[in-house]
Design a protein around this ligand. Sequence first.
Ligand SMILES: Nc1ncnc2c1ncn2[C@@H]1O[C@H](COP(=O)(O)OP(=O)(O)OP(=O)(O)O)[C@@H](O)[C@H]1O
Ligand SMILES: NC(=O)c1ccc[n+]([C@@H]2O[C@H](COP(=O)(O)O)[C@@H](O)[C@H]2O)c1
Length: 171
Amino acid sequence: MGRFQPFHLGHLDLATRILDECDEVIIAITSSQFNYLEKDPFTAGERIEMIHNSLKEASLDLSRCFVVSIENQFNVATWASYLKSALPHFDKVFSGNNYVSMILADSGIEVMEPMFLDRTLYNATKIRSMIVSGENWKDSVPNAVYELLTKINAKNRLTVISKSDTNPTKH
Ligand SMILES: Nc1ncnc2c1ncn2[C@@H]1O[C@H](COP(=O)(O)OP(=O)(O)OP(=O)(O)O)[C@@H](O)[C@H]1O
Ligand SMILES: NC(=O)c1ccc[n+]([C@@H]2O[C@H](COP(=O)(O)O)[C@@H](O)[C@H]2O)c1
């Protein structure tokens, strides 16, 4: 699970490795209600499209993959039980986020720490900043993500968000 803002090659590598050892993978897009914000620029629909197209392009078996979106919950302590009702049945969660691991483990959910593919290269914060600065970010994401982000003019969106006075993350 994660925000996937945007989905990058580290995420694709993790999904591929999970499918190697598990029957199915559920890719849960968290913070799905957030968009047009600095840390969350893309809509849930755009993220579903990025992920679906990337899995298809990588020839992963789509009949073993779910892509679902999850809105954040006001009550953090009951988030884990909400996940159980909102997601198809799952046996364990892969997350590299200590806060998430603590909340889920406290509710009895097994959490696995993923093996990170070169995090200095493959991390969404860095990719968002490279899109704005005009550095080469094409090689950090699946081609399907590059095409979608180019089509929706992600560079303009991220640039306008970063300069906007109405950006709530600036207040
Ligand atoms: N390079 C990577 N290799 C493997 N897994 C990764 C990598 N980067 C992130 N993940 C995992 O993917 C999931 C979703 O991560 P997330 O969307 O927060 O990515 P991120 O690149 O860390 O994003 P951001 O920089 O915006 O916080 C998390 O469980 C995280 O541990
Ligand atoms: N109460 C909640 O809805 C709740 C609690 C903990 C984490 N989350 C979300 O889980 C995600 C975890 O972040 P990473 O993308 O770093 O794995 C974030 O989107 C975060 O907002 C939501």
